[in-house]
Design a protein around this ligand. Structure first.
Ligand code: GLC
Length: 680
């Protein structure tokens, strides 16, 4: 059951797609205490010792969110250390699993900064606070056995997803293995990557084009010096079974003669600054230098920007990744001017400790709250609710402050692309995913989890994030496999692909300047080939389970306790996860490990794959099965081998790889009929 409370006059995020009439009473106290007024919003809930909290989509820490603070405020945050409270996504859905009562879910439909203190300040208190008290709050419950014996936790997640709309489904090829790197600059760089993958027989389906393909980082341009005949190059790659996926950034370079800039300015489609005058848009620097930012909240501007993707679609492009759309700001013009004045004022000064720190901080100009507070968007009066900061103009349009609605900027950028692409290419599935997101963005595209690092703790974080993301509808998601920042090691990359081969979005991506991590570069590349081939062998299962989750509002990845609800141990497992209806994953997440402990909540069949002798063999020979009884086990998993488990009595569909020609999603999924790996 869904109960909807409308507090004050909220900003309409459009994250909810069904009309749930709101309750006429005050916010129910059954679910905790609540205050709303001048001082904003506060909801608090008393936690019993063993209550568990799940959800919050893309966020830090484990699957059980208890013991930390989280802030929904889409952040350009490349250092995912444990002290951070925000990442790129803002996903305000939590599932409370009380020790003694029925579970319930809460969705805070609010576009701005909102804080979740989950037993951090006080170990037995969960508080949710926001600066404004205007929001929609949805409480979701499901009684045991009510919805055709579906587990209540799953029923609640499903009801939440029904509320927020169906998840994006990517084209079939986007379930293949994909290579990216910030650092491929020319068509020849990409040709070489493809040739080397092919040379080592490691399947590859797509190559990503990072910012260097553009002329001076200008959206919707392709540098003719680096790509002399782009359209032909796209076709050449497609002939080889390779899709190219260019990046699109949120900032539009200020440069006279650049059509996107000139049109946007003329039509008043850029976000305004404090003057609330569309002929003076907000200005800040990103990769291209000083930029304006399309007003993705304005439907006309959204359509205008989305239609720009046409130039790349016309060149044969069928996939995009939207980036820097929190939006990331390196510095604002105003911020830089103030900082320079401040630094100047310190000249010849003997700085005391306070002044020194203030001086040091004044050079940190990125992603400042003050800058976000200087950006304004135009929406209609009804959408704005109490968030309007100006009187309606003759068209009934008002301005809202960016800071108040920050979490929906990136979502509306993805929406802009998705809506136009649907119109421009109605008969084609196009790959689209984004860095920033909030609830609702899952209808328009997938997300990747942003700039992680090549460290073991981020491999573990990848696993935990999948549970929260699936609860919030982001089924097409995955991390930068191998790690984006820092230098990866062969072993970390090997363990990472052993996990990522199960994530719907499977992309190896790295930062410019780091060690190259294309799989053909590592010693004994046959071991990498065997793992990537495992992904392709499992495609029938991965795709079918993804589709089931997408069409039935289910979860592709689930915490173990969501299925084994009566098993207390299962609820606490943080390093294993359920994948689809038949599989459990227990990847190795530690360096130098020859194996790991695993807890089986029921009898299961362990399936091992990988190793150089498994590359290029028939599917029969590629997997080794062993039955293990319910309970604790030490399993041996040497570095080149991976494992998964088939649940008791279940089966997993697998494909044979084609005997000749390229191994890709098409050749595998349209090849021989899939067979089943059955639990022993
Ligand atoms: C951002 C993106 C990253 C990309 C880089 C350059 O950091 O998150 O994936 O490689 O920008 O475009």
């Amino acid at each position: 059951m869904v109960k909807h409370y409308k507090l004050g006059n909220p900003f309409e995020t459009e994250s909810v797609v069904v009309d749930v009439p709101f309750e006429n009473e005050a916010l129910s106290e059954t679910f905790g205490k609540f205050q709303a007024g001048e001082n904003g919003f506060l909801w608090s809930y008393k936690l019993s010792r063993n209550d568990r909290i799940f959800g919050l989509g893309e966020s830090l820490h484990g699957m059980n969110k208890r013991g930390h603070v989280y802030e929904s405020f889409c952040a350009d945050e490349p250092n995912h250390t444990e002290d951070k409270v925000s990442l790129y996504g803002a996903h305000n859905f939590i599932l409370i699993v009380p020790e003694k009562f029925q579970p319930f879910g809460v969705y805070f439909d609010y576009p701005g900064r909102i804080r979740f203190d989950i037993g951090f300040t006080k170990r037995d208190e969960l508080t949710v606070t926001a600066e404004k008290a205007d929001m929609h709050v949805y409480f979701i419950t499901a009684e045991n056995g009510s919805e055709n014996s579906e587990k209540p936790h799953l029923a609640i997640c499903r009801l939440f997803r029904e509320l927020t709309g169906a998840s994006y489904i990517p084209p079939e090829w986007a379930f293949g293995y994909m290579q990216s790197r910030w650092g491929y600059r020319t068509a020849d760089d990409i040709r070489q990557v493809v040739a080397r993958y092919r040379g080592k027989n490691i399947p590859l389906e797509a190559v990503f084009m990072d910012i260097d393909y553009m002329t001076e980082y200008k959206d919707f341009t392709v540098d003719p010096n680096k790509y002399p005949d782009f359209k032909n190059f796209v076709a050449e790659m497609k002939d080889m079974g390779i899709h190219l996926v260019p990046i699109i950034d949120a900032g539009v370079k200020i440069q006279s003669g650049y059509d996107v800039y000139e049109e946007g300015l003329k039509k008043g489609y850029f976000s305004a600054d404090r003057k609330l005058d569309l002929s003076y848009p907000f200005t800040a620097a990103v990769w291209p230098g000083l930029c304006h930012f399309p007003d993705f909240f304005n439907p006309e501007a959204r359509k205008w920007f989305g239609d720009k993707y046409k130039v790349l679609l016309d060149a044969g492009i069928d996939g995009f990744w939207n980036d820097m759309n929190e939006p990331a700001l390196f510095y604002s013009r105003e911020g830089l001017e103030q900082a320079l004045l401040k630094i100047e004022s310190y000249k010849n000064k003997n700085m005391g400790i306070g002044e020194y720190f203030s001086f040091r901080d004044s050079t940190n100009l990125s992603n400042k709250i003050e800058d976000y507070k200087n950006i304004f968007h135009q929406v209609d009066e009804k959408t704005a609710g109490n968030f309007a900061v100006s009187k309606p103009d003759h068209d009934g349009k008002v301005f809202v402050n960016h800071y108040d609605v920050h979490n929906y900027f990136g979502t509306n950028m993805t929406r802009s692309a998705a809506e136009s692409i649907r119109q421009l290419e109605p008969n084609k599935d196009i790959l689209l995913f984004s860095r920033a997101s909030s609830i609702g963005a899952h209808r328009y595209g997938g997300i990747w989890t942003g700039d992680n690092e090549s460290i073991w703790s981020h491999l573990k974080l990848n696993l935990a994030q999948m549970a929260g993301l699936n609860m919030c509808g982001f089924l097409y998601s995955g991390a930068d496999t191998g790690g984006f920042g820092f230098n990866t090691s062969r072993e970390l990359m090997m363990r990472w692909i052993q996990l990522s081969l199960f994530t719907p979005l499977f992309r190896n991506h790295a930062c410019d300047g780091t060690r190259n991590q294309e799989l053909y570069l590592f010693e004994d590349s046959k071991e990498f080939q065997a793992v990537i081939e495992t992904r392709y062998r499992l495609l029938p299962y991965i795709k079918a389970q993804f589709m089931k989750a997408a069409t039935e509002n289910g979860m592709y990845f689930k915490p173990i306790g969501f299925e084994f609800t009566d098993d207390e141990r299962a609820w606490d497992i943080e390093d294993q996860i359920l994948c689809g209806e038949s599989m459990m994953l227990a990847p190795v997440l530690e360096p130098n490990a020859r194996g790991r402990y695993v807890y089986l909540p029921e009898d299961m069949t362990m399936v091992s794959f990988g190793g150089d002798e498994k590359a290029g063999v028939s599917t029969d020979k590629a997997f080794e099965l062993k039955k293990l009884p319910k309970g604790d086990h030490w399993i041996e998993v040497p570095a080149e081998k991976g494992v998964f488990f088939i649940r008791n009595g279940r089966e997993v569909e697998v494909a044979e790889l084609p005997e000749s020609g390229v191994v890709n999603t098409q050749s595998v999924l349209n090849g021989t009929l899939p067979r089943t790996l059955r639990a022993l």
